[in-house]
Ligand binder design. Structure first.
Ligand code: FES
Length: 82
């Protein structure tokens, strides 16, 4: 299914890019901008963003790596940051 009509990006393209990024760097935070860059594109009108994000979230490999979860809470407990 076409997700981004400006660039013809499909849900399969998005899932493949997320899987590729996760395989290349298991600790990376996957963002829509990174997915666009991985596909050699740039967001244009942004009208696809809700569906784009839904497609990213549907990937099994999309989740935030365990070591990067709850960093804000950890910093507060250790007295670092606001
Ligand atoms: S529909 Fe995706 S940038 Fe316009």
């Amino acid at each position: 299914m076409i997700i981004c009509h400006c660039h013809g990006i499909t849900d399969q393209d998005i899932r493949a890019a997320v899987d590729w990024m996760r395989a290349a760097d298991p600790g990376t935070i996957v963002t829509p901008g990174k997915v666009y860059r991985a596909l050699g594109k740039r967001a244009d009108c942004g009208g696809c963003m809700p569906l784009f994000l839904d497609s990213m979230r549907s990937c099994d490999t999309f989740g935030v790596p365990m070591q990067l979860r709850n960093l804000r809470g950890t910093a507060r407990k250790e007295g670092v940051g606001p």
